[in-house]
Write a protein that binds this ligand. Sequence first.
Ligand SMILES: [Zn+2]
Length: 479
Amino acid sequence: MKSDRSNRVKKRTSNRELAVVTYSFLILYAALALYFCYFIAIKSEDFINHAANPRLSVMSEHTIRGDILSSDGKVLATSKLTGSGDEVRSYPQGRKYAHAVGFSVNGMSGAESDANFYLLRSHAFFVERIQNDIVEKKNQGDSVYLTIDSGLQDVAYDGLGNYRGAVFAMDPDTGRILAMVSKPDFDPSKISENWESLTSDSETAALLNRCTQGLYPPGSTFKIITALSYLRDHKSENTDFNCEGSFASGGYTIHCYGNSVHGKLDFPMAFAKSCNTTFAKAGLALGKGDLKDGAEDLFFNKSLPSDLAHVKKSSFSMADNADDALVMQTAIGQGDTLVTPYHMALIASAICNNGQLMTPYYLDHVVNNNDTLVRSFSPHSAGKMAISSKEAKKLRKYMRKVITDGTGSIMNVSSYRAYGKTGTAEYNSDKNDTHSWFVGFAKKGDKKIAIAVIMEGAGAGSSYALPLAKKVFDKYYSK
Ligand SMILES: [Zn+2]
């Protein structure tokens, strides 16, 4: 009896083990099948889109490369067949979209690279494709619309004029890139013939997209980060500072811009007026690691979220034993800090959205040769920058004060509500050369835009970058 029961127990146990093994295999199999479907439907495009994939060159033999268009339908890149059957790529907008659209030869860049797979695929009507295949004619590739608005791109491009620099504008709610201009630029239709000079001239660096790869001293736009760190340490904003135009500590003297003497002012007004002596004092009042924590909470020294390739990290460093001179310089955005315009626009977006960040993207949707939608790309969240809603609200108040009572007063208009920070960044102290910066955002109802503008060697932020940003905002809210 006892042995029978023990046999039954053993049998039940082995049945259970068998069931566990069987179900485990079934679950694994189902998971594998699901992943396979996911791979075919979604991930396979990433693999095929890889520039090194030989399948792309096969696709290009059977397809006329599709067009690239702005969000409002302006043709930015198109291909035509010559009489001898060669395909010629042209860029009807010339240099205006050089970095955004990029080029399709010599390694590819910009949208030409990121949308390569979609441009080489044809969703033309299948009868048309069969007919083309029979007579060995190429099919028309699909067209890709960008999120970039041609009106804003025009204003940004013309506004930069002959200055080197960058304008980067995005919608903080979605991450849609609205304008992306970098100068010096290049003629995308002459890449091959100019390749040697374009790649050897490192001083001009025309191929560099200064929005995402240009590393600049932030100047007074960094006071946004210093203000955040200071607010975390000092709950009261009402402490009065006294600006006498200069402030010395540890044998080093900081001056206010243009030898201004701001007199008695509280912290928000010091931000609005961009008072260097107050911010130098605020920097010294912070604990040694606080400024670094604030900077890293806003993604300095970190990879930035992006659907664009080759976005550079911004860098912030300050040793624990840094002397007063370096602490004061760093607090007003000089020191060793380097930042991209792209990053500053992300910071403005996050402040606008209580810390929430959307991944910037510029491929909007794909259509076939009959304008039928093939695929669209959706906004996606990049999580949060480490600032609280309360802190973001305070920074918004400060950035608003810049416009109502400070260096940004020309942007105090009734057609939208603007927020921002001007910057004048020294980069060659011997010659007093300065880059002109503006970083900020604007709102009207639910319609928002964030921007970063830098004009190399132009001068004061309020005189150059700010008026250019205003032109972009004016255009955005003119519709
Ligand atoms: Zn001052």
